[in-house]
Design a protein around this ligand. Structure first.
Ligand code: PEP
Length: 256
């Protein structure tokens, strides 16, 4: 079954709302409308930029999608600093990353919390991009496949098959994020294949063939082609390279 390629730019904690507008303008200018039939492109800016991007994409009827980098498991209430799915949906967010390794590490996010956030996103019609991946010591011990499939199972716990079909998975080995050390296409494919196999065993072939599995970790225009050529890699979650308009649009064009 053909799955549409998705390239999602994770801006992390970079760019204020004016810089965000400038970058989105450049991306929109460089990627003609017909391009979006082949590849879906999304940007995931900091919360403070989302309203500006919404105004711009609505006003100019851009096909570019956008989303957030985190979501509260709650809808509203006394949760200082958090932002809910209710609020993100109102801002027109299509996607939200959940369980990024930087949130797992710096905010002590557990699989249990990640699972609640996946459910919160789905509840509000936002597609969660469930991030998972192994640290270097886990890979060196040869336990990366088991580690990642466990994170997958825990992250999706309690979901019905039709809900799982709406989730995007991002395999992001921690040792590849922001290091310039991209996984080989074969190493990335090994894990993405295992994740899809796990989905098939638990939720059936239809779901497994529908879910998009992305690779993330130091992806650049030079590496995207070989990655998306793999059977089980349906696009990329891109950090650093998504902040440079020329590099990001080149990368998107090469993913088509
Ligand atoms: C990320 O933060 O999800 C990521 C993949 O970052 P980078 O591309 O910079 O490694």
């Amino acid at each position: 079954m053909a799955r549409q390629v998705l390239i999602a730019g994770n801006w992390k904690m970079n760019l204020n709302h004016l810089e965000a507008i400038a970058l989105v303008q450049k991306i929109a200018f460089s990627l003609p409308e017909k391009y979006y039939a082949k590849v879906e492109v999304a940007v995931l800016p900091p919360f403070t930029d989302i309203r500006s991007i919404q105004t711009m994409t609505d006003g100019d009827k851009l096909l570019l999608k956008y989303g957030a980098q985190d979501i509260s498991p709650h809808d509203s209430g006394a949760y200082t600093g958090d932002v809910s799915g209710l609020m993100l949906a109102k801002l027109g967010c299509s996607y939200v990353t959940v369980g990024h390794s930087e949130r797992r590490e710096y905010h002590a996010e557990t699989d249990e919390l990640v699972n609640k956030k996946v459910k919160a996103a789905l509840k509000h019609g936002i597609t969660p991009i469930l991030c998972l991946g192994e640290r270097i010591e886990v890979r060196e011990a040869g336990n990366h496949v088991e580690h990642c499939t466990t994170q997958l199972v825990e992250g999706l716990k309690g979901l019905k098959a039709e809900q799982v079909a709406k989730v995007v998975i991002a395999y992001e080995p921690v040792w590849a994020i922001g290091t310039g050390r991209v996984a080989t296409p074969q190493d990335a494919q090994e894990v993405c294949f295992a994740l899809r196999k796990q989905l098939s065993e638990k939720y059936g072939d239809d779901v497994a063939n529908t879910v998009r599995v992305l690779y993330g970790g130091s992806v650049k225009s030079g590496s995207i082609g070989e990655l998306v050529a793999q059977d089980d890699i349906d696009g990329a979650l891109v950090g650093g390279a998504s902040l440079q308009a020329d590099e990001f649009t080149k990368l998107c064009a090469l993913a088509a």
